[in-house]
Design a protein around this ligand. Structure first.
Ligand SMILES: Nc1ncnc2c1ncn2[C@@H]1O[C@H](COP(=O)(O)OP(=O)(O)OP(=O)(O)O)[C@@H](O)[C@H]1O
Ligand SMILES: [Mg+2]
Length: 560
């Protein structure tokens, strides 16, 4: 799976960077054994025959001494992984059939944070990292720790948890991540649903999945209905009165997480809780109470400006902080010298003090703002002389650089072709993550033209493709970039785009529409203000999904 990182023992196999790491360092390994490892891990739990190995690793029609070449590659791989053919931990020989990678030894997770890598190295935050490191140590010794990480947009919350995730992986922990989204009123428990989804993706077959879910399957399927499609024989959940049903659901989710964490200490990243719905907040509270003796480190991020913190969020945070295991980390802007360091990392050369000072004064050390302003000035040819070296003078005139982050991005968007800007409008309407197929269907643009637009936006650093194949998964380089795109659209245009996206979702996913109910509810609710539309749509799909009445209720309540 693109963007996936598989961990086994202290190794990690990273799809995106296409490398094998041991305790965080890249392992030197020849290409053939590495390709073989990717294949076996991709098909973990299943026997991969010699013919398939030959075709996938060496290529079809390539003439090699198959028997010898495969044996040699397996031997090299085993040596690299310290695996023993007679008592294998990872690579199991299945006589006269092929090889199987031991799925039980392997934990897969999405790349820790679904953020594109910044161009800048990680800078500063030493004291915060010291606290987090201590948290990892506590977790390793079997205790729950909880970190509440807050700060303004773009200040570096996600980046900090990414660094934490890298540390966790290097010390052999598993990482699970889920995120709230701006429109998650329609999907209760969204970050936890994402976590279950990521967990089930690593099951190699239905039996493995059953083992993972144990008795919790029926309850977890309430959160993730597609489980019922994968395991049609899953028994129905218990019929209980609402309050008890909720408690039972919470307990089942907690037991599921506790089991994973007891198998392997786990870092649970829960992002953007300023958008958390009440049910998500309650489940977080329940989880931290119930799992205090479990090797789990929970890192919650949220924007802490007053208008972001709802009453429910404030109450939950207060309750959590009363617990002895919770700790609050509030991020401020980077220091002046750290901004200079960041500029050095972005540009590859030491910035003159005048330049660093000017950029610090404009940004107050907000790293997102530093990056964007740097790019803006670079695009405007304001930074370097003809020799490619930093100019010694940089004076940003008042009003020359827009004051807010969003407006800086807006100016950069203005440099794109009209066509690409238009396409980005649709992409931003779809969401932070979008795929090429849906974008193609929503915009009605032919694939070649669309690829050119995607390339242009990617070159400008506004979007990024998470996989080698740019058609697979695309993503805005930051949520703030997406918001800047949206803020440039009129209300009428946004409404129209939501409708176009909703209709495209129906066309593209006609085979598995139930996986997209919440997206449809969201886009239809924003796309059509006539009260009839959602109910027509609801009636159409309602018979097939018990979750729909709930979705529809939330759509209707949002309209009030
Ligand atoms: N300490 C740092 N060193 C270098 N770059 C950083 C640092 N902190 C953040 N950045 C970069 O700044 C940008 C914004 O950071 P990030 O996405 O973590 O902000 P955030 O606080 O999560 O914002 P939001 O509230 O919008 O989610 C990213 O490109 C990130 O890589
Ligand atoms: Mg963030």
């Amino acid at each position: 799976m693109p963007g996936e990182i598989c961990q086994f023992d202290n190794f990690e196999l990273d799809q995106d960077s296409h490398e094998l790491r041991r305790a965080g360092s890249v392992v030197r390994i020849e290409r053939i054994p590495l390709e073989l490892l990717f294949l076996l891990v991709e098909r973990r739990g299943q026997v991969v025959g010699r013919e398939e190995i030959l075709g996938r690793v060496w290529g079809k029609g390539v003439f090699v001494d198959a028997e010898n070449s495969i044996n040699t590659a397996v031997r090299k791989l085993r040596r690299t992984l310290n695996d023993d053919a007679d008592a294998p931990r990872f690579i199991i020989t299945v006589p006269s059939r092929g090889y199987r990678f031991n799925a039980a030894a392997c934990v897969a997770s999405a790349a820790p944070a679904q953020l594109p890598l910044s161009r800048a190295a990680f800078i500063g935050r030493e004291s915060e990292m010291t606290e987090l490191r201590a948290g990892l140590t506590d977790t390793a010794s079997g205790r729950l720790r909880l970190f509440l990480i807050s700060g303004e947009p773009g200040i570096g919350k996600t980046r900090l948890v990414r660094e934490l995730a890298a540390m966790a992986v290097a010390s052999g922990m598993a990482v699970l991540a889920g995120q709230c989204s701006e429109h998650d009123e329609a999907v209760p428990y969204l970050p936890f649903v994402e976590i279950i989804e990521r967990c089930i993706e690593r099951a190699s077959n239905p039996d493995h999945l059953r083992t993972m879910l144990r008795d919790e399957g029926p309850e977890l399927a309430k959160l993730l209905p597609k489980l019922k499609r994968i395991l049609p024989d899953l028994p129905p959940p218990l019929e209980l009165p609402p309050e008890q049903a909720r408690r039972h659901l919470f307990n089942c989710f907690c037991d599921f997480v506790a089991r994973l964490a007891k198998e392997r200490p786990t870092l649970l990243i829960l992002e953007d809780f300023h958008w958390a719905d009440d049910s998500t907040l309650s489940l977080l509270g329940h989880l931290t109470q119930r799992l205090s003796e479990v090797p789990l480190l929970v890192a919650v991020t949220y924007r802490d400006a007053e208008f972001n913190v709802t009453r429910e969020l404030a109450r939950t945070l207060e309750d959590l902080l009363r617990g002895r295991l919770a700790m609050s980390i509030r991020l401020d802007g980077l220091q002046r010298d750290e901004v200079a360091h960041m500029l050095r990392s972005l540009s590859g050369q030491v910035p003159p003090e005048t330049v660093a000072n000017e950029i610090y004064d404009e940004t107050q050390g907000n790293p997102f703002f530093v990056e964007e302003l740097f790019r803006y000035l670079e695009e405007e040819n304001r930074l370097y002389g003809a020799d490619g070296v930093f100019r010694t003078e940089l004076k940003i005139a008042e009003g020359e650089v827009p004051q807010s982050v969003r407006l800086v991005v807006g100016r950069r968007l203005g440099r794109l072709s009209d066509r690409t800007r238009k396409i980005l409008g649709t992409a931003a309407t779809i969401g932070r993550l979008f795929n090429f197929e849906l974008l193609e269907a929503s915009t009605g643009t032919d694939a070649d033209t669309l690829l050119e637009c995607v390339d242009e936006a990617e070159r400008a650093g506004l979007i990024f493709s998470g996989a080698e194949n740019p058609k697979a998964r695309l993503e805005f380089s930051h949520e703030l970039v997406r918001q800047a795109v949206l803020s440039g659209l009129s209300a009428a245009r946004r409404q129209r785009l939501h409708l176009e996206v909703a209709e495209a979702i129906e066309r593209v996913n006609s085979n598995a529409l139930e996986d997209h109910y919440s997206d449809l509810a969201y886009h239809y609710s924003r796309g059509d203000t006539s009260p009839r539309r959602p109910s027509i749509w609801g009636a159409r799909v309602g018979r097939r999904c018990s979750a729909v009445p709930m979705l529809m209720r939330s759509v209707v309540s949002r309209r009030r």
